[in-house]
Design a protein around this ligand. Structure first.
Ligand SMILES: C[S@@+](CC[C@H](N)C(=O)[O-])C[C@H]1O[C@@H](n2cnc3c(N)ncnc32)[C@H](O)[C@@H]1O
Length: 457
């Protein structure tokens, strides 16, 4: 797919604080109440009492069939899932840069699902990964994918795999500190993608999940995630005639449109062939307040559109859009149709394509643009991304820098030798290895990134 010019600029509903959403003063009061109810001694008991829908959520994800590549390609929301997955790639790559450790980061993938982000961790050259999820079947599949990856890398001999451990647990109830293999485990990054909102069923559950995300972060460590945007949910609900809004690919149903409790604000979320599950709205200023207890400062809260716009210019990121098929080609190739058959679902793309075709510089003029149908964009733009940073600065120890200097120089030398052999035309094996590094990863990327799609809403 050619995505020289990516166009997802569909009009978005304004993101304003709707009146019915409580203000920060109310949040502060609730915080006081929360502090009363969430004292450490009673926290787990409280959480246990309130595990109402977590069984339903776990069952839903355990029962999710692993779709084949063919099934996924036929999915009506193929591009939206890939687009969301690309957004995750950007968030992960950027946060790994922000917490840069010369020896590689240690990462907690909180609510890891089936391991849809494993390849992103490989590409990020992390040192250690801990994967945790409530759905035991998903954790098993995640571990199997990891083992397959280790084996693939071992056979090809050109990529070292990070160490990993897997925990099957309700992370809104169980304290993960009690489950890590290393008792004094510290993380550089916690990533919780498309999942944190499940914990907002009750105050104690949200707090436990947040505690798991933040308490083992080292100073300067990041907690990043993607969640449905509470403002967007409420404004779309208010604009709708009844309690349901959505389109042919997604549907959200609230229980009422007048009151929005801070916890337990349940809605049913249906996403074409992927999710049909109860979820809980997060009022973001509350999460920001709660995070302070764990010394976490907000770095950003962004719409997906912002993430896209900030990252789409780079050549590498554009190549990844193309490789992951994160945007649909418009106009489609001859003999193929568009993903959506709905009238008007591509009028924005038509306008943009006409503009592009009018460009004067013939050399730079692409024949097609990359886009998402309006229906898919409406579903994708329901989400936002956030990053928190743990207070304090982290200083990498001097010895680490010295130790690291040698292997990097060694690797560079090996790389130069390989390139030289290829250039001399007498290094067939080396050539295969060099190609393998990019080529194999490209293949695996396409496949494994696609494998994670079912979890990327
Ligand atoms: C939409 S999937 C996202 C999976 C993965 N993060 C990704 O982006 O591919 C949501 C995940 O959250 C997990 N989850 C929901 N509630 C949880 C909880 N209380 N503790 C741990 N995992 C939970 C589900 O089992 C599911 O795997």
């Amino acid at each position: 797919m050619s995505a020289e010019v990516a166009e997802v600029a569909v009009e978005q509903a304004p993101v304003e604080t709707p009146e019915a959403v409580p203000d920060v003063a109310e949040v502060a009061q609730t915080e006081e109440k929360m502090e009363e109810t969430a004292a450490p001694a009673t926290e787990e008991t409280e959480a246990k009492k309130e595990t109402g829908l977590s069984g339903t959520v776990a069952k839903h994800y355990n029962d999710l069939r692993e779709g084949s590549v063919f099934d996924r390609a036929r999915s009506r929301i193929y591009y939206q899932r890939n687009f969301n997955n690309w957004i995750k790639s950007m968030i992960i790559a950027n946060s790994l840069k922000a917490v840069h450790r010369k020896k590689g980061c240690t990462v907690l993938d909180l609510c890891c699902g089936k391991g849809g982000d494993l390849l992103k961790w490989t590409k990020g050259h992390i040192k250690k990964l801990v994967c945790a999820d409530i759905a035991a079947v998903s954790v098993q599949q995640c571990q199997k994918r990891y083992n397959d990856m280790v084996e693939r890398n071992r056979r090809s001999g050109n990529q070292k795999t990070f160490a990993a451990e897997f925990i099957s647990a309700d992370c809104a109830e169980v304290l993960l500190t009690e489950r890590y293999q290393e008792k004094d485990m510290l993380f550089d990054l916690c990533s919780c993608q498309f999942s944190f909102h499940y914990s907002f069923e009750a105050a104690a559950r949200a707090r436990t999940m947040l505690r798991n995300a933040c308490e083992r972060l080292r100073p300067g460590g990041y907690f990043v995630g993607t969640i449905p945007n509470g403002y967007e949910l409420v404004s779309r609900l208010k604009e709708s005639d009844g309690l349901t809004f959505g389109n042919e690919v997604y549907k959200v149903t609230f229980e009422n449109k007048e009151t929005f409790p801070l916890y337990g604000c349940k809605y049913d979320f249906h996403l074409e062939g992927v999710v049909d599950c109860p979820e809980f709205m997060i009022y973001f200023p509350l999460l920001e307040e709660m995070a302070k207890e764990f010394d976490m400062e907000l770095v950003y809260l962004k719409k997906f559109q912002d993430i896209y716009e900030e990252n789409c210019e780079s050549v590498d990121n554009q190549a990844l859009i193309s490789k992951m098929q994160a945007l649909e080609q418009f106009p489609p190739e001859k003999g193929t149709g568009t993903a959506s058959k709905k009238e008007d679902d591509y009028s924005h793309a038509e306008t943009r394509h006409t503009e592009v075709m009018g460009m004067e510089n013939e050399d730079k003029k692409p024949t097609s643009i990359g886009t998402l149908s309006k229906s898919e964009w409406e579903a994708s733009s329901l989400y936002c991304a956030f990053a928190f940073k743990k207070a304090g600065d982290f200083e990498e120890e001097e010895e680490e820098e010295e130790e690291e200097a040698a292997p990097v120089a060694e690797e560079k030398k090996e790389e130069e030798e390989k390139t030289e052999e290829v250039a001399n035309g007498n290094g067939e094996e080396a050539a295969a290895e060099v190609e393998g590094e990019g080529g194999e990863e490209a293949g695996a990327e396409g496949e494994a990134e696609a494998e994670g799609e079912e979890e990327a809403q």
